[in-house]
Design a protein around this ligand. Structure first.
Ligand code: UDP
Length: 321
C-alpha cells in the first residue's frame, strides 16, 4: 500500500508541481482544490494515474478524507496581489478557517502537516535580507493585510496545534517563485511581463522599478519543501533564491529574452504598501536541510518562456482562431 499524501491547492501553480513530485516519489496523492484560482489544466495529465485522485472541495468547509493520511501539504490560497485584492474574504478564510480544518484533520489522522506561509509575513521589511527571526513590518489594514495577516495567523495556529496537540508541523515561508503553470493573468510581475512582451505591448513597471525581488525557480522550491517535510525541524524556514534584482532590471531581462521589437517599458503607479525590497536569508535551509537553489535565473526564465509561448494568445492568433 502506497503512503497517502493530501495536497490542498493541488490545481494551483505550486500545488500542481508538488503533486508531480510526490507521485514521482511513489506516494498516492489526493489533490484538493476549489478551483477559485487554480485550474484543472495544471493537473489534467494526472487524472489517468491510478495513484492520483482529486476532490473538488473548499477547505474552509469541513474536510473529510477517508482512510489513512501520512502527510498533508496545505497550499490552498489566492496568492497574487490582485487575487487577494479581489477575494479578500476568501483569502482570510482559507488562511484561517482552512488551516484550522486541515490541522484538525492532521490531528485526527496522526498526519504530519506542512503549511505554506510567505515572505509577506515580513511585510515591507526593515531588515534585509530577511531572516526567520525578523518579526516583520505589516500594515494589518492595508490592501495586502488580508493575505499577510491570514498567513501570520496560519503560522500562529500551526504552532499552537504543535505545542498544544503535539501535531507534527512544518512551516515554509515562500519567497517569489516562478515557472510553468503560473496563471497568465494573475497580475504577478513575471506572467505580466512575459505576456506583455510576447504580445508586443508595454511592460508595466510599477513605480520607478527600483523595488527588488528575488525569484526562485519552482523545481528548486518543490525540492526544498520535500526536504523540509521529511526533516524534523518544526520552526519556520525561508525558501527562495537569494539572487536579488530590481523590477526594472527584471523587465529588461524579459525584453531581451523575448526579443519582440514592439515590446517596450511603460511606468505605472506603484501599488499601496508594495514592499521596497525582498531577499531571503536561506542560511537555515542550507544548514538544516542541505538545500539551496540550483536553477539560475537565465535557465529558469528560458524554461518558463517555453511555457508562456504556448499559453499566451497574441492578437494574431485570436483573430485566426
Ligand atoms: N510589478 C510591476 N509590474 C506588474 C506587476 C508587478 O512592476 O505588472 C511589481 C510589483 O509592484 C512588485 C513586484 O513587481 O514590486 C513583484 O510583484 P508581484 O505582484 O509579482 O508580487 P509581490 O512580490 O509584490 O507579492
Amino acid at each position: 500500500m502506497k503512503e497517502r499524501v493530501l495536497i490542498t491547492g493541488a490545481a494551483g501553480f505550486i500545488g500542481s508541481h508538488l503533486c508531480d513530485r510526490f507521485l514521482n516519489e511513489g506516494y498516492h496523492v489526493i489533490g484538493m482544490d476549489n478551483l477559485l484560482t487554480g485550474s484543472l489544466s495544471n493537473i489534467e495529465h494526472l487524472f489517468p494515474r491510478e495513484d492520483f485522485e482529486f476532490y473538488h472541495h473548499d477547505v474552509t468547509k469541513f474536510v473529510h478524507v477517508p482512510g489513512e493520511i501520512k502527510y498533508i501539504l496545505h497550499f490552498a490560497s489566492p496568492a497574487s496581489p490582485i487575487d487577494y485584492l479581489q477575494m479578500p474574504i476568501q483569502t482570510l478564510k482559507v488562511g484561517a478557517l482552512g488551516t484550522h480544518n486541515l490541522l484538525g484533520l492532521a490531528k485526527a489522522k496522526g498526519a504530519r502537516i506542512l503549511v505554506a506561509s510567505t515572505s509577506e509575513v515580513y511585510g515591507d521589511p526593515l531588515v534585509h535580507p530577511q531572516v526567520e527571526e525578523y518579526w516583520g513590518n505589516v500594515n494589518p489594514v492595508g490592501p495586502r493585510g488580508v493575505y499577510d495577516e491570514a498567513k501570520r495567523f496560519l503560522e500562529a495556529i500551526t504552532m499552537a496545534y504543535h505545542t498544544y496537540h503535539k501535531v507534527e508541523t512544518r512551516i515554509v515561508r515562500i519567497f517569489n517563485t516562478y515557472g510553468p503553470r503560473m496563471r497568465v493573468n494573475d497580475g504577478r510581475v513575471l506572467p505580466a511581463f512575459f505576456s506583455q512582451a510576447i504580445r508586443g505591448e508595454g511592460l508595466t513597471v510599477f513605480g520607478d522599478g527600483s523595488q527588488t525581488r528575488s525569484f526562485c525557480y519552482v523545481d528548486d522550491l518543490v525540492d526544498g519543501i520535500y526536504r523540509l517535510l521529511l526533516s524534523d525541524y518544526d520552526q519556520p524556514v525561508n525558501m527562495g533564491n537569494p539572487q536579488e534584482i530590481t523590477v526594472l532590471e527584471f523587465a529588461s531581462e524579459i525584453l531581451k529574452l523575448v526579443n519582440n521589437p514592439e515590446a517596450h517599458i511603460v511606468f505605472k503607479e506603484l501599488p499601496v504598501d508594495d514592499p521596497k525590497q525582498r531577499k531571503p536569508d536561506i542560511t537555515k535551509a542550507r544548514t538544516i536541510l542541505g538545500w539551496e537553489p540550483k536553477v539560475n535565473r537565465e535557465e529558469g526564465l528560458a524554461r518558463t518562456y517555453e511555457y508562456f509561448k504556448q499559453v499566451v494568445k497574441t492578437d494574431k492568433e485570436e483573430v485566426t482562431a
